[in-house]
Design a protein around this ligand. Structure first.
Ligand code: GLU
Length: 282
């Protein structure tokens, strides 16, 4: 099913992801073209492109967000300057395959550590603890408890833990539309094709704070799950230990706090404190 009647605001978010798709999956717009300290070597990193505050491709072609800052810090620790990073969009459903194929060296893309995914990939981290929540229209009054979702129409993204949790445990009777990206769900929420968009609060806060959406949407504040964000690497990769060292350093030297303030501050997202490496909260 396609959702028509795209509003200007949702279209703006969508346009960014479409523009990036049109460029193909290889995206080196942050590449300054120079031969950097590593003699022109590059590192390909998987990132989200339509999640303001986490991973977003800006109209300038630059990437911004907490995941971008974490990935940039880690890349630096691995010996790559920002100009040597080749960002590649990692949609929720594509992440394990991208790592297995070697399309990217690592993925920092609101990627929750789960037992199921750990069968296929390894995770460094966690580096952030988020929680599944819902975003509804500002005038919504019929959803007071997660159980109320059972009679509602929800939207989430294929291959995300959010969609799976709704099916498996949170609201198995809900009507769930699944799309390839969150922008499409936002359009659906705006034009009332769905009652709620469900995913991590860290992502939803970024949407709610978009200038074009202000006053239109609100978060319910349901902490329905624990989403431990990890950095995905190919199974068996020795990068995992190196990335863990970098993440620990990022917290210890204050860069993690700065990245939180810079990226979550504008959305007023109240994040959990920095997780300890290896400490996955079930
Ligand atoms: N953190 C959840 C996941 O890894 C939802 C966000 C996403 O789709 O990236 O599936």
């Amino acid at each position: 099913m396609k959702l028509r009647k795209v509003s200007a605001a949702a279209a703006a978010v969508l346009a960014l992801s479409l523009a990036a798709t049109a460029c193909g999956s290889d995206d080196d717009s942050n590449d300054k073209g120079g031969s950097g300290s590593g003699g022109g070597k590059k590192i390909a990193i998987g990132i989200k492109i339509d999640q303001p505050g986490l991973g977003q491709k800006l109209p300038s072609g630059k990437y911004a967000g907490f995941d971008v800052d974490v990935a940039t810090y880690v890349a630096k620790a691995l010996g790559y300057e920002p100009g040597q990073i080749q960002w590649k969009e990692a949609k929720s459903a594509d992440r394990e395959t991208m790592l297995a194929r070697g399309d990217v060296q690592f993925i920092a893309a609101s990627y929750s550590i789960t037992d199921e995914r750990e069968q296929k990939v390894d995770f460094a981290g966690p580096y952030l603890l988020a929680h599944q929540d819902i975003l509804v229209r500002a005038d919504e009054s019929g959803i007071k408890d997660p159980k109320d979702l059972n009679s509602k129409k929800l939207c989430s993204v294929t291959g995300s833990t959010s969609a799976q949790n709704i099916h498996d445990k949170l609201a198995p009777k809900a009507q769930l539309l699944e799309y390839g990206g969150y922008s499409e769900c936002l359009t659906g929420l705006e034009n009332k094709a769905v009652d709620a968009l469900t995913t991590d609060d860290s992502i939803l806060a970024g949407y709610a704070a978009q200038k074009d959406f202000q006053g239109k949407f609100k978060l319910a504040g349901f902490k329905m799950t624990n989403e431990n964000y990890g950095i995905g690497v190919k199974k068996g990769s020795d990068l995992k230990a190196k990335i863990n060292d970098a993440l620990k350093k990022m917290v210890d030297d204050g860069s993690w706090d700065k990245a939180v303030k810079d990226n979550f501050g504008p959305a007023n997202y109240k994040n959990e404190k920095a997780p300890k490496i290896g400490d996955v909260v079930k």
